[in-house]
Design a protein around this ligand. Structure first.
Ligand code: HEM
Length: 378
């Protein structure tokens, strides 16, 4: 009951009930040899199937192999349960073509048009060492040691073929992805994930989340796109802001999470409502108005982010924020227009900075024991 099924039509770790902990890793491929890369994807798949079931990364485990060789597992998860571990893989545009436009592994013809680089958004302060990557693996679990163990062992297995480009630890989910989950709070103290796509959304998931057979390219049917953004929060500034101002910024109340025009968390926001002063109750620059599907032709996303606190900055400030993760059928129609509207006018911008960014195409699920990550692409 503590393990999430690794195989299926779609990858786990997307509509799976959001776990409490994250270790997200972006890798660069350092080999030029296509066969080495495909061999690694096969090895990773086998290790992922084992670890998500609560087993060691390799068959002989941490202590069962020859004493003269490094163990096939690093050992720190030896006595731990699977803790709902999911491992979700994605491919970045740079895997298909290098900066000079060269086809790196004979797959350039299969580059999805929707995997286009994101445009520059006003206010972006992106750092290259926190952005991009040829491959990503999202590890989510209810125990941080289980998530870190999984990424560490994949990096170990990949030595010589991939190198870790950047990684992020996260705690405290900032979304609910099933109806049974309660809505958690973000580091600004607000309920986050109220209006999220959820596992039970059926036809809406086909429309908004999963790449459909006609979308192209064919290898990605049943997959999805992942946008990651590392967003710092200027928490000290936020904490000196009045409650009324904080609520006006989101357009929701801090206690219940209800829209400023409603009483219950799940009431529909009434964007036309005006107050006694004749002004809209939910301001034109409020986060929920700018991000709402009504403003973007119905576009939704499955948000699945985590908080981070990467220590402090030596000047008395916490290095904290939201590691934003959103899955969607086409970033050009979903993340990009929403972020464009937010970057232009969101009053929240005074309190946040986008410092990292990446987009990945996440292939469909691994179907059976003979299948592996990326099989439909290579
Ligand atoms: C809604 C927080 C960044 C897209 C919300 C809500 C909160 C929130 C509290 C209302 C509750 C909910 O429905 O989840 C934040 C914080 C951010 C951030 C603290 C940055 C630190 C973003 C970004 C995007 C985004 C970068 C996408 C470009 C959305 C969407 C909704 C939403 C689509 C739902 C709107 C609706 O349908 O009502 N966010 N958000 N948010 N946010 Fe954000």
């Amino acid at each position: 009951a503590d393990a999430v099924a690794f195989r299926g039509a779609h990858q786990a770790g997307i509509v799976t009930a959001a776990q409490d902990r994250l270790h997200f890793a972006a890798f660069d491929v350092v080999t030029r040899d296509r066969d080495h890369l495909v061999a690694l994807l096969r090895q990773w798949t086998a290790a992922a199937a084992r670890m998500t079931a609560g087993q060691a990364a390799g068959g002989s485990g941490a202590v069962g192999g020859p004493a003269q060789a490094p163990p096939e597992d690093t050992g720190e998860a030896l006595d731990l349960p699977p803790a709902q571990l999911t491992l979700t893989v994605g491919f970045g545009a740079s895997l298909f073509r290098d900066a000079a436009g060269r086809d790196r592994f004979g797959i350039a013809a299969h580059l999805p048009p929707a995997l286009a680089p994101l445009p520059h958004f006003p206010g972006d302060q992106l750092r290259p060492e926190l952005s991009g990557g040829d491959l990503c693996v999202q590890a989510c679990a209810n125990d941080p040691q289980v998530a870190v163990h999984a990424i560490r062992n994949l990096a170990r297995i990949g030595f010589g073929t991939v190198s870790l480009r950047w990684s992020q630890l996260g705690f405290g989910r900032t979304s609910a992805t099933t109806r049974a989950q309660s809505t958690p709070r973000n580091l600004m103290g607000f309920k986050d994930g109220t209006a999220n796509l959820r596992a039970e959304d059926g036809a809406l998931l086909e429309e908004q989340l999963w790449v459909q057979p006609g979308d192209g390219p064919q290898w990605l049917a049943g997959g999805t796109y992942l946008v990651s953004r590392k967003i710092k929060m200027l928490v000290e500034t936020w904490d000196r802001t009045s409650l009324a101002e904080q609520e006006a910024i989101f357009g929701r109340t801090k206690g219940s999470g209800a829209p400023l025009t409603g009483r219950d968390e799940f009431d529909r926001p009434d964007f036309a409502a005006t107050g006694a002063d004749g002004r809209p109750v939910i301001a034109p620059e409020a986060h929920v108005r700018l991000a709402h599907p009504d403003q973007h032709g119905g576009a939704r996303m499955l948000r699945r982010g985590y908080h981070f606190v990467d220590g402090s900055d030596g000047l008395g400030r916490m290095d904290a924020g939201l590691f934003f993760l959103a899955f969607q059928r086409d970033p050009r129609r979903q993340f990009v227009p929403v972020q464009r509207a937010l970057a232009r006018s969101d009053v929240l911008n005074e309190y946040i900075r986008h410092v990292g960014s990446a987009v990945f195409a996440c292939p469909p699920g691994v179907r059976d024991a003979g299948d592996h990550w990326g099989r439909t692409l290579f």
